[in-house]
Design a protein around this ligand. Sequence first.
Ligand SMILES: [Zn+2]
Length: 433
Amino acid sequence: MNEVAEATGFAELWSSLADLGRDRTTGGYRRFAWTSADLACRDWFASQAADRGLTVEVDRNGNQWAWWLPDSGASSTDVGTEPRRGNALAIGSHLDSVPDGGAFDGPLGVISSLAAVDLLRARGWQPERPVVIANFADEEGARFGIACAGSRLLTGQLDAAKARSLRDGGGVRLADAMEAAGQDPDALGRDDERLADISEFVELHIEQGRWLIDHDAPVGVASSIWPHGRWRFDFTGEANHAGTTALDDRRDPMLTYANTVLSARKKARLGGTLATFGKVSVEPNGTNAIPSRVRAWLDSRAPDEAALDAVVEQIAAAARERAERDGTALEVVNESRTAIVEFDHGLRDKIRKTLTGVFGPVPQLPTGAGHDAGILAAELPTAMLFVRNPSGLSHTPAEHAETADCLTGVAALAEVVAQLAGVRPGTNRGSGA
Ligand SMILES: [Zn+2]
């Protein structure tokens, strides 16, 4: 991997982004969409692209695109006109973060994309068709509550009027935040022109689990994104005095809730799915009062739709049965649901074949996390490469990947770009723009 380290200056590239939006006390990143930290990251992206002679554009939804265009060559008939951008291979990821996020979730994909272009150019290669590096806006949804907002707006999966009126914790509207950053909020919405330019999207990302550790491989290819959803469980009972109400006389929704958490864990384990109660609100929330209501949110994910339906139904059934015994009531409301994303099989198989030829067997793994590649999959063939994460930790300052694995990721992405965009020795060796 010395060639990769030298050709790309990966270490310098990495450290040039490392301080932006980092909280000094926690060591985590707070790069929330359209804040000064995010804008600093966007400036960094634009200047890295400019340094490479890549043309940077911002689309109507705030996503940044840096174009590496084929050398038009001496025989070109359209001298003086804009080079054609259609049929592009898109690569890239995002630079924003969750609260106190790690350094790798997002940035690894953007930095690896820049480095992959450097590596191919260092070999004196040119693409036969356009390659474009994307920095998707507001992927984490940490500020306005909707994940993958940039790619959802681009594809029309997020309504523009709804997006404009989203508010952050301080009451600032997304429209105003974007306007302050120089974006026209009235221009938000599905962008057919942009989508028509792109033929495939390949996103490299740090793995957010331990699959590659268990399979002893530095890089893997995604098979699917698990279907997932959020359900609100409202347990209601009767508020009463903690000191004067006999146990037998209580209608305690906390008891029903607590049993539901235990059964969720058990049902998920037995069904090979995931179930998490991570958010709860209690009324009246007093130390010496039996609660009148416990409202809790279930996040559940599964390998397929049927397994997801089954586990949620089993958890709800167990909760109802327990509520009957406790004299409490239960209402379950589905607040959101995202269908399974199967990454394009043709593209995935082509990538695996390319990488296996160079690096040996490349495992294929599902993921429980959402990504821009999952959103774009509804429009065009998309694929993902994952880079090994030794701890499996993600969305925490402890998130990490070894440099050697990151360099393997860059080399793998460069192979994929070379294969898909027909990058090979050009007439104009190592040309900048
Ligand atoms: Zn991410």
